[in-house]
Design a protein around this ligand. Structure first.
Ligand SMILES: [Zn+2]
Ligand SMILES: [Zn+2]
Length: 202
């Protein structure tokens, strides 16, 4: 059964969109500016993209910032697993995944089916930029977004998760990769993280 076609499934359980809703009415009061794409009308938690070069969104969906990642957000220390699942899976239906070391695909497998799941990072890198620019956040209907066959529903995730390479990317790793590929950093430095990160200090 393809649950994505089930109209009874709640499309998008958003936490903090006042007055957004059921009738598809436009929420003209929404003046939030997304920390990821810099557009007004949504926040990073539901931002479709564009993702970073690795296909993930690098920032905190809880705080709407790119100054820290979800994994190091102080607010996550008081979150239960349901809330973490909400940010990493339920709010990310058919969108680029949030960069995290948490095993959100495993969480998805262990929970009741959702109508929509995050794209894999590989899929997210292939999505046309038009999709990010033209998505209607006032309606916020994931059915308008492309389907990643690998995560199209929970059964697909159960089948595919062992093949999906969702390598965790930390800030240090990103800085390192950017240094290697974009700034001509010393890629051969494999010493301790403290000394390698010092390569990228101003
Ligand atoms: Zn955005
Ligand atoms: Zn945060």
């Amino acid at each position: 059964m393809d649950i994505s076609q089930d109209p009874t499934i709640v499309a998008h359980p958003s936490t903090n969109v006042p007055g957004s809703a059921d009738g598809g009415g436009h929420n003209t009061d929404d003046t939030r500016r997304c920390a990821n794409c810099n557009s007004v009308g949504h926040d990073l938690a539901i931002c479709v993209g564009p993702p970073g070069f690795d296909g993930a969104i690098h920032g905190c969906p809880c705080c709407n910032t790119i100054l820290h990642t979800f994994d190091i957000c102080p607010r996550t220390t008081t979150m239960n697993s349901d809330l973490i699942y909400h940010f990493l899976v339920l709010l990310r239906g058919r969108r680029a995944p949030i960069s995290t070391r948490r095993g959100y695909l495993q969480m998805a497998v262990e929970r009741a089916p959702s109508g929509f799941y995050p794209w894999t990072r590989a899929f997210a890198t292939l999505v046309e930029p038009d999709i990010f620019q033209t998505y209607d956040y006032s309606r916020d209907d994931p059915r308008a977004l492309p389907v990643d066959p690998a995560t199209r529903n929970r059964s697909a995730i159960v089948r595919n998760r062992r093949y999906v390479l969702e390598l965790p990317v930390t800030d240090d790793q990103l800085n390192y990769l950017c240094g290697v590929y974009f700034e001509g950093g010393d890629s051969m430095d494999s010493s301790s993280s403290s000394s390698s990160s010092s390569l990228f200090l101003p």
